[in-house]
Design a protein around this ligand. Structure first.
Ligand SMILES: [Zn+2]
Length: 51
């Protein structure tokens, strides 16, 4: 299954056995964010807390 990251627009292939695939399947209306962007958002949120 191919999904598009809502942040960077990159197409990502999700394996049917992966946790992300289950997540997208269960909530298809929920925007998909790739691992790279998730990590970046998480680290940005972390650095914002320190300001
Ligand atoms: Zn992304």
């Amino acid at each position: 299954m191919e999904v598009k990251c809502q942040v960077c627009g990159k197409s990502v292939m999700l394996e049917t056995w992966s946790a992300e695939y289950e997540h997208v399947k269960q909530s298809p209306q929920h925007p998909f964010i790739c691992q790279t962007c998730q990590d970046r958002i998480r680290s940005e949120a972390k650095s914002n807390q320190h300001l």
